[in-house]
Write a protein that binds this ligand. Sequence first.
Ligand code: ZN
Ligand code: FE
Length: 256
Amino acid sequence: MTRLEVHQFPTRSDNYGVLVHDPASGSTAAIDAPDADELLAALHEKGWKLSHILTTHHHQDHTAGNTAVKRATGCTIIGPAKEAHSIPGIDVKVSEGDTIEVGGAKARVIETPGHTRGHVSYHFPDNDLVFVGDTLFSVGCGRLLEGDAKTMWSSLQKLAALPPETNLYCGHEYTDANCRFALTVEPENDALRARAAEVAKLADRGEPALPTTVAQELDTNPFLRPSSPAIQKRLGMEGRPLQDIFGEIRRRKDRF
Ligand code: ZN
Ligand code: FE
């Protein structure tokens, strides 16, 4: 089994870049290419040669580096078939259930629409890794820019169903602000209060609160917890469909 090395680095104003490296084959994939110069610098620092970009969605802050990085490295760009027309330099178009390979490591493509219509996540089951772009954030979730609450709720359920020990990498560091909102929705959640305290300390020191895990998000992330009796009570939505409760939490966050 291939043991991947993972390198996460801050890029642009609040994005994360991530590199995954298979030491046996030398293959290296970048999850998205927010900024070409910063991505090439990270590769140089690690001494890794880029073989792939795995694009999660078409937004500029995830694809701005595609063309220059492909020119510099000759990498193959993999991305969602459903928004291939707006992903610069795309070579391989993927859909739900497709398998891609980075050296000896296999990733399964999970369609997670909602933030954008074609958004995909990449799950490396043998390495307990999932890269979710702007679908799920720690203690938060992506804005519904091209999808409705029903679509996003079904995407989030796919991620929630991954093994709890799965390490979850996100496109942005919004964790500290997300915790402040989450505490207005479920202030009685002890796991959330502990996470918020931890994240505040990390933010003070300028350290990342990511990656997280599926288990930690299930315990703390209000967007994965519309079944929580405390949340339902606070929103006055006891017994309502979970996608509607999710939608109400999302609306409140948009106004927060
Ligand atoms: Zn985005
Ligand atoms: Fe983004």
